[in-house]
Design a protein around this ligand. Sequence first.
Ligand code: NAD
Length: 471
Amino acid sequence: MRSITEIYIDGAFVTPHGQETVDLFNPSTEEKIGSVRLGDREDARAAIVAAKRTFPAFSRTSKAERIDMLTRLSAAVSARTEELTAAMAEEYGAPHYFTGFSVSHAASAFLNMAATLENYDFTRRIGRAEVTMQPLGVVAAITPWNSNYGFICGKLATAIAAGSTIVIKPSEMSGMQTQILTECLHDAGLPKGVFNIVNGRGDVAGAEFSAHPDIAKVTFTGSTAVGKQILKAGAETLKRVTLELGGKGANIILADADLDQAIPIVLTMGLTNSGQACIAGTRILAPKSRLPEILMHLKTGMEAIRTGDPKDPQVRVGPMVSQKQFDRVQSYIRLGREEGAEILAGGEGRPDGIDRGWFIRPTIFTNVTNEMRIAREEIFGPVLVVISYEDDEDAIRIANDTSYGLQAYVHSGDLDHARKVADRLESGRVVVNGAPHEPLAPFGGFKQSGIGREFGLFGLEAMLEPRAVLV
Ligand code: NAD
């Protein structure tokens, strides 16, 4: 049983003023594995004071000094890969393939930002103006539970590269993961106050960060509903925001796709991180002309997917993070039936042979229209829908007929064909034929999937403000 009793302010682990504690669970067993004591508004304000005090000196650090800090942070995170990975499996239940790259992905965020910084010119001349890109001030980061390390490290790396200090409120459900990660970041030996980490509730510590006048910018990853609250809370002081929100990605199988190649990728992208991923391609669009054979491939592929112990390398789908998330996903499976969709694989209840843990049967619905709630709302679990289309125009229309626009997928035997379709999608990213991640390319959403972009140059400039001096 792990008891997390401290938060991190001004370079030190301190006991929070807040008294509230929440329990932490192993989602594979439903057993309580620990508790975390939460910071309150006073703790959030103490973190802001430390970050504000450190900002003037930190904003004047050189590029070389920041690159050195980023390099040290990356090494410090990598040094405890095994412990970080184990905590993620235990507290979150992410499957082995996902935990296997999560820590290296988080550590590489610092190196990617160091490389971006290396090539970045903070000053440029425009006519008679000298334009300098300035750090914004104190930044607040608010992050979700579904990839705790990656979000914290990515936002911290960008703030440091820009010369801003930061206060971070991770998900209250990630206490054990956050504790080890914070110890790693502390070991990198940065000046005190550069980063401060406060475990706390969203409507307490998160709300304080979102409204406090000394916060210049909020960088948030989480649900669209909370993103809107943060935007409203920041409006009074005109905070800059980057909002990385929900998604309902189209996963388009074009008529010329090789199904043996495409279907495994379609399912991998749909079920990524047990379906608890904003980027999951959960709306499969299939051409009517090939619907029967596509459904056959999808059914066979889905039934072969192993669900269970996240530590088992063969397992592709682990448990949902909480009882609440389990109940929510089950309710969507019920809703799908009520809306008139048909189950091709999966269904309500736990997978065969599993009688505890927040496990869901990977489920795929057919006979779905894009008007149904299971096609429009983010379910955040291993539940996919198949919507049939007539031709490319129809596929593009359906793909864009959503309030989201984060990441879409196109599968085709002809790259030019895939690109033509990709060019018409209202989506921050489009992945063709399962292409690998590009860490320096911008990431973020169109429409209600968010505001702004992260990663690389676009991410860095979202933390900077130009000042033009005319002489
Ligand atoms: P959530 O929005 O419930 O919580 C995210 C964070 O916001 C948590 O730290 C929470 O404590 C905090 N929060 C809650 N209420 C708040 C408030 N009123 N003010 C300030 N902070 C508040 O999201 P979640 O359930 O933790 O994560 C799942 C959601 O995150 C999904 O919708 C998913 O699509 C989204 N997500 C988006 C991305 C992306 O990059 N676009 C990545 C991962 C997850």
